[in-house]
Write a protein that binds this ligand. Structure first.
Ligand code: NAI
Ligand code: MG
Length: 356
């Protein structure tokens, strides 16, 4: 019997409704060629749902998703609904409840895509940012006292647990082991932040002992940002806390070119809960409904999903197809200087993946 994976599909808002079908088109081509089955369940949860019901998803929404092996998401957010409502009503509960403690963002300059950094070639920009996605600086521990008086103060505490540090670092080391360069960089700030960041460094050094094959280095977050721009070729896998990873995982895709191609994954490596795969971009209200959005970020996110589901060959076929489409002058959308539509690019990629 064919291997079967249960996928929850949440297109969400705006261009998510246009890119998700193209992602599914390519996934379907991969499934046919590599002999597995995708059992899809569609959910129309979005800002429209919110306008109708006052909620982004039903009360038992997470329980419905829990049945699936992975969630394939488009984008969430639309003018008229505050972004914190759409984010906290759908995306954040999923990341938290499903303990998706790894946020993964591959940053690769694809052939035929222009990086904002002058004269960089694809061989020089190919790294992955691994962000801790559940604790650290984004905690709910803190408060405000003496409100409205001279003595008013606020605190917000960072929370770094041994479990939290070790599991994200272990994931990053394991990922580095699978890549040819076998290099891992840690983002820190132990000169200015004197408890949590020295602890982060300590856990990193401890974990490194178990991976003698991996060469490691670390930089303070400020100079690390400068290095991403000036020396992207230094990096292979980069591991960071929630806040630093948030910054790096926007900067990384930016140096690799268009937001229209950047993929991401929110992963629960133990597979106790579904992981979620989504493009880095949002719902792009400025171009939504016009059929011009670049579907590659969505399609590449689908490749990350296949990788997670253990369909390694199929995942590689999808990224190879993206690479060849872009380098061989295949159809491309406006953001990449072409004039093709979303559908045309999706169909072209599905064709390449299906053909093999
Ligand atoms: P955005 O990523 O939606 O758009 C930024 C710019 O990039 C726009 O000019 C847009 O046209 C362009 N762009 C984005 N994706 C593209 C694609 N696939 N092809 C071609 N061009 C593309 O970010 P923005 O405008 O800040 O946010 C719009 C909405 O999306 C907001 O409600 C925001 O909260 C939400 N959002 C949701 C995210 C998610 O679901 N994870 C992530 C980022 C934003
Ligand atoms: Mg961000």
């Amino acid at each position: 019997m064919a291997r079967k994976h249960r996928i929850a599909v949440v297109p969400g808002d705006g261009i998510g409704k246009e890119t998700t079908p193209e992602g599914l088109r390519v996934l379907d081509a991969a499934a046919r060629r590599f002999g597995f089955e995708l059992e899809l369940t569609h959910y129309d949860w979005s800002c429209e749902t919110y306008a109708k019901t006052g909620k982004m998803m039903p009360d038992d929404g997470l329980d419905q998703l829990r049945q699936s092996d992975a969630v394939f998401l488009g984008a969430v957010g639309w003018p008229g609904v505050p972004d914190n409502v759409s984010l906290w009503g759908l995306l954040i509960p999923m990341r938290r409840d499903f303990d998706q403690y790894i946020s993964l963002r591959p940053c690769r300059l694809m052939p035929g895509v222009r990086s904002p950094l002058a004269n960089r070639t694809p061989a020089e920009i190919d790294f992955v940012v691994v962000r801790e996605n559940t604790e650290g600086e984004y905690s709910s521990s803190g408060g405000r006292m003496f409100r409205g008086t001279e003595r008013e103060f606020v605190t917000q505490e960072s929370v770094f647990t041994r479990t939290g540090c070790d599991r994200v670092m272990k994931y990053a080391f394991e990922l580095a082991m699978k890549r040819p360069r076998k290099k891992l960089t840690s983002a820190t700030k132990s000169n200015g932040i004197t408890f949590t960041m020295p602890y982060w460094d300590e856990r990193f050094a401890e974990m490194a002992k178990a991976y003698p094959e991996i060469s490691t280095d670390q930089f303070h977050i400020d100079i690390l940002c400068a290095h991403f721009v000036q020396h992207p070729d230094w990096f292979d896998v980069v591991v960071a806390s929630n806040l630093f990873g948030d910054i790096l995982s926007d900067l990384g895709p930016a140096v690799a070119g268009s937001i229209g191609i950047a993929p991401s994954a929110n992963i629960n490596p133990e597979r106790k809960h579904p992981s979620m795969f989504e493009p880095v971009h949002g719902s792009a209200p400025d171009i939504a409904g016009k059929g011009v959005a670049n579907p590659i970020a969505q399609i590449w996110s689908g490749a990350l999903m296949l990788e997670h589901l253990g369909e390694h060959e199929a995942a590689a076929a999808v990224t190879d197809a993206i690479e060849s489409l872009l380098s061989e002058g295949g159809p491309r959308t406006r953001d990449l200087g072409g004039n093709a539509g979303t559908l045309e690019v999706g169909k072209a990629l599905a064709e390449v993946v299906g053909r093999g």
